[in-house]
Design a protein around this ligand. Structure first.
Ligand SMILES: [Zn+2]
Length: 427
């Protein structure tokens, strides 16, 4: 299948930061041509005149199964929310429920221009089937922890999943994810690190999210979370830290020049009263920063366009310095930096010949965003769902002109979600 996207303004996010009017030829799953006036035969033409074309956004921290928990963090701190709200509710979810919750999340991502996510949750086989059926790109895992005495069962569940699916679908890769240092024993953290190294997997963990976590780790180990990860050998592996809200200058010295990325989740951190991660310091020290939404329970939604403006504004305001970050840096965090964080930058994160066709088309001519005086600033701050017109993942057009092309009955899905809500009771 050859698809030609004609005459759009392409924000490539390539090494030369090229932004120019070009044609894009997609052949099957790959970008084959990028340049002026493609004249060959094609199966389908998308006219992108007056449209802006971006690489699909990359959300490096999700819990897709939490789509039904929007609004639950209102007025709650992280530990209160987890212990008294979320974990009791999650105990009532069956794997089939997670299927529907995940499907809902995947649709939200397709509708809002996210083409890749990095997910950690449970309900694994049903959960992964929803992702496969949605044709979205995902780094998937079973969230691991042993504070309930069931750590080994979870590792077995993960390994079964990994061995069953690792070569089945080109859109799926895996990470080994421990929930956090406060929900895992020292030995368990070591065990998961070994598992990740043996299978050459990205390690993924919630880290330094709020002050209570810092105090808990300090009390138990007399270390910062980063010092503990260093002792455990995590900093020698491919590592993705979600949050990093409380990372000190001394910690940064340990993180420098390692294969470590930090998934910044601004809305979740604000909602739960956690704070603001010092990402400008990470960037200054060449630590790769990507962006995540977290689950909808704390992050409100998976529309990454809603989150990226906060990244820009928070750093400027928090540091009292309007020049500390640029909109283009933020856009890179949501695209190529995300790809780097997930080890997928040879495949996605920019629009270049040879990369996979993960592409979104924005209509910048809508009256609510007209006129566009500063394109990248407007992309970072002013895109609404009305502007996100077309989403292509791995060469599959999953939304065109706002119309979802997935084979999903939305009314049935809503009914299933309503049944889950009825079953689990008051949220
Ligand atoms: Zn999270």
């Amino acid at each position: 299948m050859k698809i030609l996207i004609k005459n759009g303004l392409v924000v490539t996010i390539n090494k030369n930061d090229e932004i120019k009017k070009m044609d894009i030829l997609i052949e099957d799953d790959e970008i084959k041509f990028l340049g002026d006036n493609y004249n060959g035969n094609v199966d389908k033409v998308i006219d992108a005149t007056n449209k802006v074309i971006l690489p699909g956004l990359i959300n490096t921290h999700t819990h897709l199964g939490m789509s039904i928990f929007r609004g639950t963090s209102d007025g709650l701190s992280l530990m209160n929310w987890l212990n008294n709200k979320i974990w009791p509710l999650e105990d009532k979810l069956t794997p089939k429920d997670v299927y529907y919750n995940n499907l809902l999340s995947c649709i939200e991502m397709i509708k809002t221009g996210t083409t890749t996510c990095c997910d950690m949750y449970f309900g694994v086989t049903e959960g992964i089937n929803a992702i496969i059926n949605s044709k979205i790109r995902c780094v998937y895992t079973r969230c691991l922890m042993d504070n309930d005495g069931l750590g080994d069962e979870k590792i077995k569940e993960f390994l079964d999943l990994y061995n069953n699916y690792k070569d089945k679908n080109p859109l799926l890769t895996f990470s080994a994810s421990v929930h956090s240092m406060y929900t895992c024993s020292y030995e368990y953290l070591k065990k998961v690190k070994k598992l990740a190294d043996e299978n050459n997997l990205l390690l993924n963990i919630h880290c330094a999210e709020n002050i209570e976590e810092i105090n808990t780790i300090k009390e138990k180990y007399n270390k910062t979370p980063i010092q503990l990860l260093d002792e455990l050998g995590y900093l020698q592996s491919k590592l993705l830290l979600a949050h990093g809200t409380y990372i000190t200058d001394e910690d940064i010295k340990l993180l420098k020049n390692k294969n470590v990325s930090i998934a910044h989740n601004p809305i979740s951190n604000l909602n739960l009263g956690c704070g603001i991660a010092p990402i400008s310091k990470f960037v200054k020290n060449n630590i790769n920063v990507s962006i995540g939404t977290d689950g909808q329970g704390s992050g409100n939604n998976l529309n990454l366009f809603n989150h990226i403006g906060y990244v820009d504004l928070l750093q400027k305001g928090f540091n009292k310095d309007a020049q500390i970050i640029e909109s283009y840096d933020v856009l890179k965090m949501a695209t190529i930096n995300g790809a780097k964080a997930l080890g997928l930058d040879n495949l996605v994160g920019s629009i270049e010949v040879g990369k996979k066709a993960d592409i979104i088309i924005l209509d910048m001519n809508n009256i609510e965003i007209f006129p566009t005086n500063n394109l990248i600033f407007d992309i970072v701050h002013n895109i609404s769902i009305n502007n996100i017109e077309t989403t292509i993942i791995n060469g599959n057009i999953l939304m065109e002109n706002h119309k979802l092309l997935l084979d999903v009955n939305i009314d049935d899905l809503k009914e299933n979600i309503n049944n889950i809500l009825k079953k689990i009771g008051e949220i």
